[in-house]
Design a binder for this molecule. Sequence first.
Ligand code: ATR
Length: 275
Amino acid sequence: MATDRTAVIGFPVDHSLSPIIHNHWIKELGLDTKPYEKINVDPNKFEEQINNLKAEGYGGLNVTVPLKELAFSISDETSGVSKKLKSVNTLSLNSEKINGDNTDAVGFINSLDEKTIENNIANKKTLVLGAGGSARSVVHALNELGGHVRLFNRTLEKARILLDDLSINSSPVGAEELDDYANSSSFIVNTTSLGQKAGEHNNILRFENIEMETFIYDLIYNPKRSSFLEQAEAKGLKVQNGLRMLIEQAACSFQIWHEIKVGVSEELMSLLESV
Ligand code: ATR
């Protein structure tokens, strides 16, 4: 579907990096389309505002917090993964209907290199910290990659609900069991927001006895090195932040709208790292 006007919607959306990413590709490819924008959409007037944007000629919208579940509920047709996650981050609007997709899980998968999937995830013990919206995509992705996924969350009940919702045959990790399970995990990913605010320290895990082969991932990309990754790096573990996932999920949305496969160049990575 050729799309003339695209944007990210959120509440608030001011700090989104998506315009930099999409406009980089629009410019690089010389597409004859308007610049990708960011638009605040009030959750209380969601459907009305989406219809207004559709009338104004917006054909593609990325959806960020806290609107992903609402986007799912107003979509006429949704992809399999959106149905599974009950969440939509990519809307395609045309005169007949609204299509909803979710590129977060595939964005996470595409952010990983083959070796990490093979050595640290497939048939291995993996641990997810957090049970919010982004944890859903990550748990789904790890399960698809053949990882044995367990998750820890401050509020245990939310972890249980997440696993039930995704029909994953696993159990939440209780606080008393956390260090032991982490020490036997090959892949650990933080999806909590802890460490995003200045001065905030993610002290959920003790890194003392984590195996040297364990891969540590944090969805946080600002700061570039979160306190979680700093602790892992200090121990010499392999680490990755969430920037590549952000770009990869954007690339999948871009492909849905413009039918062009775009890559993640070093130039784009440095552009975003310098923001
Ligand atoms: P997102 O959409 O980014 O996943 P979210 O849905 O608000 O955001 O989820 C935030 C996650 O971070 C939750 O798992 C939350 O834990 P609770 O479910 O117990 O609220 C977790 N989180 C936020 N602040 C935290 C903190 N200070 N310590 C531990 N976990 C925290």
